[in-house]
Every structure is written in C-alpha cells, then in structure tokens.
Design a protein. Structure first.
Length: 144
C-alpha cells in the first residue's frame, strides 16, 4: 500500500489538467540529442503547447524518452515523440491538419460491411460466431 500513498502524494503535488497517457497512443519516433532545442507538441502539465525547451537527458533502448527543461522553468521526464518535437519540426496547433484514413478497395469494403453487420447483432459488438462458440462451450461444460 506504500505505492498507493506515493501515487496520491504525486497526484496532489502535480495536478494534471487532462490525463497524461503513457501507453495509450502510438509511439512516435523522434531522434533528439542532448542539449538539443525542442518544443512541446502537446499540452503538458505546466507547459503550454509550443513552449521551447532543452533536452537534458536521453535514456532508453526500446522506448527512447527524454528529460526536458522548458523555458518557463518546468522540468519534465518520460517525454517522447508524442510530447515533444525538434524546433524545426514544430507545427502550430491551428496549422495542423488531421489525416483522413485511407479507404480500402471494394473488396475491403465488403469485408468491413460483413464484420459490421455481424457486430451489430448484439449490444456489445461481439461477432455472432464468437457468441455461438461460447454458447456451445457452456453446453459442453454443463453450464447450460
């Protein structure tokens, strides 16, 4: 339970406006060196989007993360390409364009429609063949 109290103290000391998710989004590769100038790509606790900073530490092999000292005095660790970008690669929020998903050919659309119709057969979106499989397993094991 000591870990829970540490987490509560950390949360009380560093309030987060939104949830800073570490592993929910796709990791964006970014190659930065120590002392390189960077800018905040996302709104971070105490750091507005576009705030300049300097990389203090680079660490990690499979998940490369950075400790950055921002110009407003906030120092943050565990930042990667989802949070920071090199100064040259920064695009202001109002100029960013959301990419549209690439549509599949006609064959892909037919498969997508078949999956959608199977998932629409129940409230939770579980395909009907999986529901049938679990019903048969319950009968085999005597659960009825």
């Amino acid at each position: 339970m000591a870990g829970a109290s540490v987490a509560r103290r950390f949360a009380a000391r560093f309030p987060v406006r939104g949830r800073l998710s570490v592993m929910n989004s796709v990791l964006v590769p970014v190659d930065l060196k120590r002392h390189e100038k960077v800018r905040a790509w996302a709104d971070l606790p105490g750091v507005p989007v576009g705030e300049c900073g300097k990389v203090l530490v680079v660490s990690g092999f499979t998940w490369v993360r950075y400790r950055v000292l921002f110009d407003n005095g906030v120092e943050m660790g565990l930042l990667d390409g989802r949070h920071i970008v090199a100064t040259k690669g920064f695009i202001p929020v109002e100029d960013r364009v959301e990419l549209e998903p690439v549509e599949a050919s006609d064959g892909g659309a037919a498969v997508g429609e078949a999956q959608a119709s199977a998932a629409d057969s129940n409230v939770f979106g579980v395909p009907s063949h999986l529901l049938e499989r679990s019903a048969k397993a319950r009968l085999r094991h005597g659960g009825g």
